[in-house]
Design a protein around this ligand. Structure first.
Ligand code: B1M
Length: 222
């Protein structure tokens, strides 16, 4: 099992999406992230374990290699595709929450930011926790959030940012939302975000991971 998870970690890190994918050349005709994640589940590996022992460490390695300039954006993108291919198998497990919905959760990656893997993971876990999730995607500005809030009154709102530059955009979005809907609850997260920053910009809660977000939402469940 450990061997399979190691192979999956390598496939995501090197951006091997699936068996038929020609990239990277050294893994030609070998299983990719899609097949390996499926096999890991078939062999009894838990979805959480696959995420924590293979997928998340792979993306951390990718980030470190990018920082060291060993790889560039195209390779980072291939790794993101490989991670998404593996997630196709895991998604149903994270989404299998109760059918009765506990409330609505609007989530988006803030303006200027195209990173969506972490945000989608949070969305899946929250959906699995029994919430209806309205996923606005990436590069979401105040207007899009406000429109979604108007259409879904009482929804809890989640903002994600992965860049230190776009994290600054959270401030405007939080201010704009609070100005129109002072009673709305806003949860923020993403690698550069901290609790200190959350307090500074007037958001209601910060969670470093999806589980913390799920736990925070429990307070508002109907
Ligand atoms: Co980008 N990128 N990227 N990137 N990228 C980072 C974030 C970076 C840290 C890499 C590095 O330098 N080491 C760096 C940011 C530096 C900084 O600002 N401090 C960076 C950069 C610089 C860039 C570009 C500017 C590169 C360029 O073009 N020169 C560019 C920006 C594009 C843009 O957004 N405008 C860029 C582009 C990309 C790709 C498109 C190639 C791709 C994204 C593809 C996609 O998402 N569909 C990409 C990737 C893959 C990464 C890394 C390698 C991996 C991100 C990821 O998916 N992690 C990343 C390095 C890293 O994170 N180590 C990097 C896995 C994911 C599960 O974790 O997203 O952190 P994460 O989510 C976690 C938590 O943060 C939390 O829960 C999740 C699960 O644990 N969380 C929340 C997230 N949102 C939450 C919301 C919540 C609660 C918790 O409540 C609402």
């Amino acid at each position: 099992m450990e061997d399979l998870l190691e192979k999956l970690l390598e496939a995501v890190e090197l951006g091997k999406v699936d068996k038929k994918s020609p990239y990277p050349p050294q893994l030609k005709d070998q299983d990719g992230a899609y097949e390996l994640a499926g096999k890991a589940l078939e062999q009894g590996c838990k979805p959480d374990e696959i995420l924590e022992k293979a997928l998340i460490p792979a993306m951390a390695n990718v980030g470190n290699r990018y920082s060291r300039r060993e790889i560039y954006v195209p390779q980072m993108l291939m790794s993101a595709k490989a991670m998404s291919a593996a997630m196709i198998h895991l998604k149903p497990f994270f989404q299998s929450g109760e059918t009765k919905r506990k409330g609505k959760f609007i989530v988006g990656t803030v303006s200027g930011d195209l990173h969506d893997i972490g945000k989608n993971l949070v969305a899946m876990m929250i959906e699995g926790g029994g919430w209806e999730v309205i996923n606005l995607g990436v590069d979401v500005d105040s207007d899009k959030f406000l429109k979604a809030i108007d259409e879904n009154p009482g929804a809890v709102i989640g903002l994600s940012a992965l860049l230190t530059t776009t994290m600054e955009n959270m401030k405007k979005i939080v201010t704009d939302i609070k100005e129109k809907h002072s009673d709305s609850k806003i949860l923020i997260g993403g690698a550069p975000v901290t609790m200190e920053y959350c307090k500074k910009i007037g958001a209601d809660f910060y969670s470093p991971d999806p589980q913390g977000a799920v736990n925070y939402l429990k307070k508002f469940a109907s």
